[in-house]
Design a protein around this ligand. Structure first.
Ligand SMILES: [Zn+2]
Length: 420
């Protein structure tokens, strides 16, 4: 594979020290009703206000078509990295406030905010460019039989394509207790912010500096050449505690005669109304959505029944798909493949999921593996996972992206050793 490097860009890291007052979420606007002034004869009509330019326009328009002269063919790898929510307060997450077994889980599967920022910088310095997962594979049907194909991407010279995905961006209750951000909100400035409660002071505020989404948003605004046609990343969402920090899950588990039902339904409707503009803005700025199953179910479990997969899938489509729109991408929870193996065989669970519209089935692995299935229109692929396990024990495998030695924050993480 061609390995081109580009000169490292000098980047000013902007300290985002914005106060809550400057960025109150839209729903807390509460503007007072204004009385219409009676125009006097001399009144000069004021020009109609020009809508503020969307700063993201510069990202979408950064690369012109005549600059996209590098063909990246189906035989060339498209790397794919995924993250879990990033640890906003590592000094809290890795303290006695969090049980030891949970600390181990956080260390294993997550990176801290600072590590995440350093990883983004390194990916950029090494010449990666974000591409939309939806642009990498397509379904074609020649002669009636549909099948998946890897597309040839047109890239700027010197760039290498990279897909990013973010799993479990649901802001689960258990994470909120561990010092993570708590939801994505649309700020009065039209940009995405994260709501956060400082676990030490219990103060709640909005930030763009402690959550993976606005951090990437701002990184791409500062480095528009990091994105192809405005692409950012894809969310892998469950549904059992709603999405993006909004408890939009339905009430089918509440008995019909439960007196709290009306209250619950009103609350849920409020959450749905509140998340819609967030989804809209995310879509406008290069984010897309895939399924991580409704219940984060283990599709590889020996006790997993097809009926339970059907119920789960219907529920995801009803409660999540209805909000984020159609997707053909499924991210296996735990990386667990259905029917024991989705590569050498196509079992009933895989067939069912494909029949429900999924075409790209993403697991977790050790390289850029992808395989277009020949007996059914589907592609299976693996993703690499920047996190504590690989920072500690798989430095070599990730050197094309970053050097774990430069990334891992051993001062804040538990003392669990490294393999380098
Ligand atoms: Zn997950």
């Amino acid at each position: 594979m061609k390995h081109l490097t580009r000169p490292a860009a000098l980047v000013l890291s902007l300290a985002l020290t914005l106060s809550l007052a400057a960025c109150a979420p839209r729903e807390s606007g509460g503007e007072e009703a204004q009385t219409t002034p009676v125009p006097s004869a001399e009144a000069v009509p004021s020009p109609s206000p020009t809508p503020a330019a969307d700063p993201y326009d510069a990202v979408r328009a950064y690369w012109s078509e005549d600059q996209l002269t590098q063909e990246w063919g189906p035989e060339q790898p498209v790397e794919h990295l995924f993250f879990h929510p990033v640890i906003a307060y590592p000094d809290y997450a890795f303290s006695d406030a969090v049980p030891a077994d949970r600390q181990k889980g956080l260390d294993d599967w997550m990176v801290t905010v600072d590590e995440y920022k350093k990883i983004l910088q390194s990916l950029y310095d090494k010449g990666y460019i974000l591409v939309a997962m939806e642009d990498v594979w397509s379904e074609v049907s020649d002669g009636g039989e549909a099948r998946m194909v890897r597309n040839t991407l047109m890239l700027p010279q010197g760039k290498k394509p990279l897909i990013l995905s973010f799993d479990d961006v649901n802001y689960y209750d258990y994470m909120l207790a561990e010092g993570f951000t708590s939801k994505l909100v649309l700020g009065a400035d039209g940009q995405i912010w994260a709501q956060c409660t400082d676990p030490h002071t219990k103060e709640t505020f909005l930030t763009q500096d402690l959550d993976a989404t606005p951090i990437l948003d701002n990184f791409v605004l500062e480095h528009p050449d990091f994105s192809l046609n405005g692409a950012k990343a894809i969310y892998s969402l469950t549904g059992y505690q709603g999405i993006l920090g909004y408890r939009t899950q339905n009430d089918r588990d509440i008995p019909t005669d439960d007196p709290r039902r009306p209250e619950f339904e009103a609350f849920r409707q409020g959450e749905i109304d509140a998340v819609k503009p967030v989804i809209e803005r995310l879509k406008e700025t290069g984010w897309t959505f895939g399924s991580h199953t409704w219940g984060h179910i283990n599709l590889g479990s020996e006790t997993r029944s097809l009926a339970s997969v059907q119920t789960d899938t219907e529920r995801w489509l009803e409660e999540v798909g209805s909000l984020v729109g159609p997707t053909n991408i499924l991210f296996y929870p735990h990386g667990a493949r259905p029917d024991g193996d989705d590569w050498h065989k196509t079992g009933p669970m895989f067939q069912y999921l494909q029949s429900m519209g999924f075409r790209v089935f993403a697991s977790v692995g050790v390289n850029d593996f992808s395989y277009i299935k020949t007996d059914i229109s589907a592609v299976i692929c693996d993703r690499l996972h920047p996190d504590g396990t690989t920072l500690r024990w798989s430095r070599d495998r990730y050197l094309q992206f970053y050097d774990a030695k430069d990334i891992i924050d051993l001062a804040v993480r538990p003392d669990l050793g490294v393999g380098w």
